[in-house]
Design a protein. Structure first.
Length: 273
């Protein structure tokens, strides 16, 4: 379905106002009017979104809805064609790669496949982030790697190679690398992909622990509906490059919106069920 300009503007306004209702706390990251195209394909059509410090925000929506593209704007991996991204009140959507170093120390990203270096040990993979950040003291690197592994419940695994790890352990190592620089926020692109339900549940517990015990803000893209209800403080549903709906997990569970119900229950729109 092609979204017209007037309809898209209505979606954006209604979803944004609903998302603000009842929200309290400090705005950590703010996005206004974000548009992004790749060639003739417009992926983001004017997205407004606030991320609050300390919350766990889940991005939902069908494939091609713009979730990953929007997330990459949060940390400056992509720059918008139109619109503005501010982090702690500072505009980051116009910064150079060098200037973005400040933002990337505050926001870390855990990629879908973990993106581990097969030639490095677990400790080497995690410590690499510190070396890239300019840390040269080997004892400090060792100590911070050890601390990061404790946080993700993998103590003492520094000398293992990625090939020795299960899928769940690789995800945990990737998360340890994301938190080793002590960021304010972690972005997760499909952290449950390829995991069995039990291992996926353990990742959910880690995400919640990071928020509760370390005050970390989490933004999570997932298609795992069970996880949405376990970890989310707020849910954003994207459709065709716009924010279609914003609310709490409880509001999502109780919604009778046909688009949301079909997604939650895994029904195609033409299934007739």
């Amino acid at each position: 379905m092609e979204v017209g300009f007037a309809e898209g503007r209505m979606w954006r306004k209604v979803a944004f106002m609903k998302g603000m209702k009842g929200m309290k706390g400090e705005v950590f990251l703010k996005m206004r009017g974000i548009e992004k195209s790749f060639g003739a394909q417009q992926v983001l059509r004017g997205v407004d979104l606030d991320v609050y410090r300390g919350e766990t925000l889940v991005l939902l929506g069908g494939s091609g809805g713009g979730k990953s593209v929007l997330m990459k704007h949060m940390v400056g991996l992509l720059q918008p064609d139109e619109g503005m991204v501010t982090l702690e009140g500072k505009v980051i959507s116009e910064l150079s790669e060098r200037e973005l170093t400040w933002a990337r120390r505050k926001i870390s990203m855990m990629f879908q496949n973990g993106a581990l270096f097969d030639s490095l040990t677990v400790g080497g993979n995690i410590g690499f982030a510190l070396v890239e950040a300019g840390v040269r003291d080997e004892e400090e690197i060792r100590r911070r790697v050890e601390e990061a592994l404790r946080i993700v419940k993998l103590p003492g695994q520094e000398e293992k190679m990625p090939s020795d790890l299960s899928g769940g352990m690789r995800k945990r190592v990737a998360l340890a690398r994301a938190v080793v620089e002590k960021p304010c926020c972690v972005l997760y692109d499909e952290p449950h992909a390829g995991l069995d339900p039990v291992t996926g549940d353990s990742i959910d517990h880690l995400i919640r622990d990071l928020a509760k015990d370390h005050g970390i803000t989490n933004v999570v893209i997932t298609h795992e509906i069970r996880s949405v209800f376990r970890i989310a403080d707020r849910v954003v549903f994207m459709k065709e490059g716009l924010i279609y709906w914003v609310g709490t997990p409880e509001e999502l569970r109780e919604s009778d919106d046909p688009v949301l119900r079909n997604f939650i229950e895994g029904r195609s729109e033409d299934s007739g069920l």
